[in-house]
Design a protein around this ligand. Structure first.
Ligand SMILES: [Zn+2]
Length: 84
């Protein structure tokens, strides 16, 4: 059903090139297949340069705070987490 490249991608692991820590990523099953986010490291490094926050916090054009795993958190969610 899926190509060898698809399964090879699912098996892929990666160590952070910046601090050599094993990285992790988000995997989501959308019912058709598994979609993987970019590998990210606690140090802020991201496989996807757009989400690399190793140089400090990064906001997208909507003011969402990006994280190294390909996430973007709206500012109001950050505020409610601080209050909790
Ligand atoms: Zn790292």
């Amino acid at each position: 059903m899926f190509s060898d490249a698809y399964y090879a991608e699912l098996r892929r692991t990666m160590d952070c090139p910046r601090c050599l820590t094993p990285t992790s990523r988000d995997e989501v099953d959308n019912g058709v297949g598994i979609i993987c986010g970019p590998f990210g490291c606690p140090c802020g490094w991201s496989e996807c340069a757009e989400y690399d926050v190793s140089g400090g916090p990064k906001l997208d054009e909507h003011g969402y705070e990006l994280d190294q795993w390909g996430g973007a958190t709206p500012p109001q969610i950050l505020e409610s987490e601080i209050r909790r």
